[in-house]
Write a new protein. Structure first.
Length: 54
């Protein structure tokens, strides 16, 4: 089993259509985990707010 160090620095790269270049940031694995949880919550909120089709 691998041990994961929550303080390890990793690179996160966001690349969206229309951006002149990818946006790269260094964050800790702990910060990345928190960011992913926030994005998951935002996706849930968006899904709940969308009207359902009859």
């Amino acid at each position: 089993m691998m041990d994961i160090d929550p303080a390890e620095i990793v690179a996160v790269e966001l690349d969206c259509a229309g951006w002149p270049a990818p946006y790269v940031r260094s964050v800790t694995r702990r910060q990345l985990g928190e960011l992913l949880l926030q994005l998951d919550d935002m996706a849930d909120d968006t899904e709940a707010a969308q009207p359902t089709c009859p």
